[in-house]
Structure formats: structure tokens, C-alpha cells
Design a protein around this ligand. Structure first.
Ligand SMILES: Nc1ncnc2c1ncn2[C@@H]1O[C@H](COP(=O)(O)OP(=O)(O)OP(=O)(O)O)[C@@H](O)[C@H]1O
Length: 367
């Protein structure tokens, strides 16, 4: 069954002065999904959200909400709930009055309003605090109320612009899990802006990675992390080690790349990134691999795990991170990061080890 799109952006273009801030954005948001817009500062996340909300006047393109062209419809007629980074509650109103505001504007009958406010506060675990003023609430509590206020009007879409960025790490983590839970409970199509990759990976049904006013990739968190389409996505979404070399052989399954010093590395051919994917022998390429995809073994000591890529290296640094060890190796005369869940007693700085990885875990892009 095909899921309907709740939002569709077609060829959205916006220029302010000489700065092109949205450069041909095409995007579909499915009914009921939680979609995040992820990317570095200034890439156009907020501008995309504001285009959907109707706060940004676009130069070209169209915006559809629930199949209706809303490009020229003002924000207050688009049926949206919004939560911003800074607490946007009315300071002179109590929690109850903050939630009641939008309902009374919509002329919802009084009894119905009371019921909906109670339900919304229960949903965000704020029951009992109706009479408090925003100044009497913690940052996390204020954002809960802001979310309840956005939801109480039963919006067609919920738009959240970095709602957790002013909170401390622990609170961010807690509220993130709650947003995920309540979004599924309510089922409202949600668009969430963040520049935090971990937040995007843990929250989203799908992630849109943006760069310089364009969309680099749209995919599920695992697609984005495991199969990035471009070098930008690979580097933005996690840690990476990089090597450079020349294509030595190539077939439909495997590419062999030769590094300086005649070292050969194998990469699966399907792991090509970037727009130019026609490779020839002699092409200069960059190779990428994430630290957790590398495995350290002691030299000649334990039963072999079969890897196509297996090399001698030496340990130059060991950092304990609590949940894992970050080990730096000297490999092909470069410092390379490896993330291991444990260390063996004879892994010490200066120790010689073997490091291996699977060709399916390495990505390749043309230089
Ligand atoms: N009113 C404006 N006038 C001029 N330039 C603007 C205006 N609004 C946004 N921009 C520019 O448009 C680009 C995109 O801004 P936008 O706020 O959409 O980015 P963002 O990805 O949300 O960034 P951040 O994570 O820092 O909020 C930036 O280069 C920004 O400087």
C-alpha cells in the first residue's frame, strides 16, 4: 500500500541578496512519519521548515500540504503546530492559559477546551502544573508545555525547530525519547530540525541531510549511516578514517585500490559515493571507513577472522571512553582511529597488532 504524502515541496528556490539559501528543494514527507532535517549551521534547515510553515516567501516552487497547494496561503491558515528553540510561551500567561490561547482563538467550546488541555498536559507529563507561569518552570518543563501547546490544537503537521538545543545533555536525551513516544502515540506527521546527528539517528523515521541549500540524501537512519550517497553525508554523520590511492583493478563486485607503497585495499563496487561513479584503472580515489568497522587482532596469535583487508599496524594511543576504547593505530604511515568494545592485556602503546576490515564496510569516492 502506498502511503500518502502529507507535505510536498517542489522546486523550492529562495535567494536573499546574493545568497541562494534554498536551491531547488524537492521533498516528500509521508503521512505519520517523523522526518528530521539535518545539516550544519546555515545549510537551510530552518528556511525549509519556514517554507512549509509559510513564514518564508519563496522565489520559485510550490508547497503542498495534504495534497493542497498552500504556496500562497498564510501561516495561520495552514493548520500547523510549531515549537521553537527558544521558549516561545507567553510569559504573562499560566500553563493552562498558554494552551487555551489557540483553542479559544479557534472558538472551541469551553468544556471541550478543558478536556483537550488536560489530555495534552497528561501526554507531556505536566498534569498538575496548570497554574504555574513559565518563569516557574525548568527549561525542560517549558519545552514540554510548548509541545503540548502545539499539539492541543490538533495540528495537521507538527514542526519542531531545534526544540532541545537549549537543554543540558541528560534532559535532551530524556525529552528526545519522549518526543519519539508521543509522536507515535498521537500519530501526527512531524518535521524536526536539528544539527545533531545522534539526535537525528535516534529519533527519525527518515533523515534529510542538507548542505548549502540543497538536499544531499534522504533515507532511514541506517541507510544514511551505513550507505551514505556522498562524501559530505559520510563525513557529517559520523567519524571517519580516510585513505587515498589509485584504482588498480575493477569488476562488478570489487574494486582494488593501490595505496602509496604498493599496499592493496579491496572495496565492494556497490559502495561508490558521489555523482561520478564511472571508474577506470588509474583513477585517483579516496577511501573512507568508520572507526567501529575496524577490528584489531594480535599478530599470529588467534584463530583468523577472514578479511580481504588485513594489515600490520602499531598502537600509538589508547583512550578509554567508558562504553568503548578509542585506539589510534599507525597504519600505512597514517594515524587511524579504531573503536573497540574491549582491549586485551598486551595491547599497549607501541604494541604490534593486525587490523582487518571487510570490503563491504569501506566507501569509495573519486578525487
Ligand atoms: N532573513 C535573512 N536574511 C539574510 N540571510 C538569511 C536570512 N535568513 C536566513 N539567511 C541565510 O540563509 C542561510 C540558511 O539559513 P537557515 O537559518 O535556514 O539555516 P539553518 O540550517 O537552519 O542554520 P542553523 O542551524 O544555524 O539554524 C544562511 O546562510 C543564513 O545566513
Amino acid at each position: 500500500m502506498q502511503v500518502a504524502n502529507d507535505v510536498e515541496l517542489k522546486g523550492v528556490y529562495k535567494q536573499i541578496g546574493r545568497n541562494v539559501i534554498l536551491n531547488g528543494i524537492n521533498l516528500q514527507v509521508k503521512q505519520g512519519e517523523l522526518l528530521t532535517l539535518l545539516g550544519p549551521s546555515g545549510c537551510g534547515k530552518t528556511s525549509t521548515l519556514n517554507t512549509i510553515a509559510g513564514f518564508l516567501d519563496i522565489d520559485k516552487g510550490e508547497v503542498f500540504i495534504k495534497g493542497k497547494n498552500v504556496t500562497n496561503i498564510p501561516p495561520y491558515k495552514r493548520g500547523l503546530g510549531m515549537v521553537f528553540q527558544t521558549y516561545s510561551l507567553f510569559p504573562h500567561m499560566t500553563v493552562y492559559e498558554n494552551l487555551d490561547f489557540g483553542l479559544s482563538l479557534r472558538k472551541v467550546p469551553k468544556e471541550e477546551r478543558r478536556k483537550r488541555i488536560e489530555q495534552a498536559l497528561e501526554l507531556v507529563k505536566m498534569s498538575g502544573l496548570e497554574k504555574r507561569y513559565p518563569r516557574e518552570l525548568s527549561g525542560g518543563q517549558r519545552q514540554r508545555v510548548a509541545i503540548a501547546r502545539a499539539l492541543v490544537v490538533q495540528p495537521m503537521l507538527l514542526l519542531l525547530d531545534e526544540p532541545l538545543s537549549n537543554l543540558d545533555a541528560k534532559l535532551r536525551y530524556e525529552l528526545r525519547a519522549e518526543i519519539k513516544r508521543l509522536q507515535k502515540e498521537v500519530g501526527v506527521t512531524t518535521i524536526f530540525v536539528t544539527h545533531d546527528q545522534e539526535e537525528a539517528l535516534s529519533l527519525s523515521d527518515r533523515i534529510v541531510v542538507m548542505n548549502k541549500g540543497t538536499i544531499e540524501q534522504v533515507g532511514t537512519p541506517t541507510e544514511i549511516y551505513e550507505h551514505p550517497c556522498t562524501e559530505f553525508v559520510f563525513q557529517f554523520i559520523g567519524k571517519s578514517n580516510q585513505f587515498e590511492g589509485k584504482v588498480k583493478t575493477i569488476d562488478s563486485r570489487m574494486i582494488c585500490v593501490e595505496l602509496e607503497g604498493n599496499t592493496q585495499i579491496f572495496i565492494e563496487s556497490k559502495n561508490m559515493m558521489g555523482s561520478n561513479r564511472s571508474y577506470s584503472i588509474g583513477d585517483r580515489v579516496k577511501l573512507y571507513i568508520r572507526p567501529e568497522k575496524l577490528t584489531i587482532q594480535e599478530q599470529e596469535s588467534e584463530p583468523e577472522i577472514f578479511y580481504y583487508n588485513k594489515y600490520n599496524a602499531s598502537i600509538v594511543q589508547m583512550n578509554y571512553l567508558g562504553s568503548a576504547w578509542e585506539i589510534e593505530l599507525l597504519l600505512f604511515r597514517k594515524r587511524v582511529q579504531v573503536l573497540q568494545p574491549f582491549v586485551k592485556s598486551d595491547w599497549k602503546i607501541g604494541a604490534e597488532v593486525t587490523v582487518g576490515w571487510n570490503p563491504s564496510d569501506m566507501m569509495i569516492v573519486k578525487k
